[in-house]
Design a protein around this ligand. Structure first.
Ligand code: N7H
Length: 450
């Protein structure tokens, strides 16, 4: 089995709290940083084992991850992790991820100046802030703050739903030898997510201390909620006047979480809330021609583009991520809702603090974004090209990296599988991010602190 006391807690099961802060820092004094890391920070880091039972969960869970330049600052530059995208950092690859350039990136992410990130998760912001103060007082002037992003679950009945209103966190892979699969859940090798474990195709290029660490892709993804809602209202004719159905078809799930593959015409809250059923679908049906039929779930739907299930035969076991993100930013204001426009006031920005874990970024997050989400011809072999993911997809690479590059989407109209609709608004806008390595606790102790 896996060494659960050595693997950081966010990777396999998520810290699952209502508040989570991402505190990005640079290392100013590596010698001092290392001495504090071993003696005082390590005891604060939360393992997977600690999260498994309520009795051992800390008030505030803490995880820690480093960028390549952070590992360099700690003297590990010569020991590459065997992951080229991690090594070069996210900034230099922005355009390959479909970002319309980097002028819209949060300043701190523009470059390679961020060395690490603390992830702090708790039930209250006060707890998070108290834990952060403690960490800052331990580390003193050995680090400087680069940036912080406060994530929080949405209020009341929207808890667990992201800012467009959809329930999130329903489908993540199960890990062979660790989790028990629910019906419909893919069971994958631990090495897809943990370096040097079974199934990590790059095991031989990992330094020994990298074992049981994971690569964390962080993205700050702004969501333009009023613009999304206006699109649904303006285009409800595509779904015979039902704007909720249009949104559900773009996502592949209703806002409740019920999959359209199983509930193609109306929401089904019982289905949404039943973990034995809400993932148990694969887009095939006995009477379906898989290359043409989009009556239940469009080929382009967000959950189908990012996890094509039976569109692959045999099932794809190479390109998967574990997601552990959280919404950030306030609710839509009345002024934004009535003007159908997101405010330019930075304090009103909202979106998803996106976190994806994998052992190989080029097979995980970056692969899914570039080769599936942003590729209008994927999934291949359909008689109508699927088009680009209508929720998060970008066609900027075909349009001189212009924002709001028109993107083709098929299958939105359940009665007409062949029509391609062009979307002219980006509903999700990249504000940048970085790639990190979330090391094992023993690597923090024996390698990163010395
Ligand atoms: Fe997505 N959303 O709320 O709109 N995502 N996602 N995602 N996403 C999923 O099944 C969302 C993003 C995946 O196994 C759900 O748990 C938003 C990126 C994958 O069936 C919802 C943003 C990437 C899955 C959302 C965003 C992915 C998935 C359904 C950005 C990778 C699982 C809930 C702001 C490149 C698919 C669920 C499966 C599901 C939303 C980003 C990937 C509601 C708002 C960048 C693999």
């Amino acid at each position: 089995g896996l060494n659960l006391t050595d693997i950081q807690g966010d990777i396999l099961i998520g810290m699952k709290k209502n508040k989570e802060m991402f505190f990005f820092f640079s290392i100013a004094d590596a010698t001092a940083f290392k001495s504090h890391l071993d003696s005082a920070i390590l005891p604060l880091i939360t393992s997977t084992q600690q999260l498994l039972t309520v009795a051992t969960q800390p008030t505030t869970a803490v995880n820690l991850a480093f960028s390549q330049t952070g590992l360099n600052a700690l003297g590990l530059a010569s020991q590459g992790l065997g992951d080229s995208l991690f090594a070069s950092g996210q900034f230099s690859g922005a355009e390959s991820l479909g970002d319309p350039g980097t002028s819209n990136w949060v300043q701190a992410f523009a470059g390679t100046g961020i060395h690490g990130v603390f992830l702090l998760a708790s039930d209250t912001i006060d707890n998070v802030n108290a834990e952060l103060s403690q960490i800052q007082s331990i580390l003193g002037t050995s680090i400087t703050e680069a940036y912080r992003l406060q994530g929080e679950a949405r209020p009341d009945d929207q808890q667990g739903h992201e800012h467009f209103g959809f329930m999130d966190g329903i489908s993540n892979p199960a890990i062979d030898g660790f989790s028990t699969a629910l019906p419909g859940q893919a069971v994958l090798s631990p090495g897809l997510f943990l370096l040097a474990e079974d199934g990590d195709g790059s095991s031989s290029s990992r330094p020994s201390w990298a074992k049981d660490g994971s690569l964390l892709a962080f993205r700050q993804l702004q969501q333009r909620v009023p613009e999304f809602n206006k699109f649904l209202a303006d285009n409800a004719a595509l779904t015979q006047g039902n704007a909720d159905l249009l949104g559900a078809r773009m996502m592949g799930r209703w806002k409740s979480g019920a999959p359209v593959d199983l509930a193609p015409t109306a929401d089904d809250v019982d289905l949404a809330n039943d973990p034995q059923r809400n993932n148990n679908f694969n887009f095939t049906h006995p009477d379906f021609t898989e290359t043409t039929d989009q009556t239940h779930c469009p080929f382009s739907a967000h959950i189908r583009k990012t996890n094509p299930r039976s569109d692959f035969n045999p099932l794809n076991t190479a390109n998967h991520i574990i997601r552990a993100g959280i919404p950030y930013g306030p609710e839509v204001t009345d002024a934004e809702a009535s003007s159908n426009t997101s405010s330019t006031d930075a304090s009103l920005e909202r979106g998803l603090a996106f976190v994806a874990y994998q052992s190989n970024i080029g097979n995980g997050f970056a692969f899914i974004q570039q080769n599936w989400v942003d590729n209008a011809n994927f999934f291949f072999g359909k008689t109508t090209p699927p088009g680009i993911d209508p929720i998060i997809g970008s066609n900027a690479a075909q349009n001189n990296f212009a924002p709001n590059s028109p993107r083709p989407v098929s299958g939105l109209d359940p009665t007409d599988s062949t029509t391609i609709v062009t979307l002219n608004t980006d509903f999700v806008v990249s504000r940048g991010g970085e790639y990190f390595f979330s090391p094992s606790l023993s690597a923090i102790q024996n390698t990163l602190s010395v």
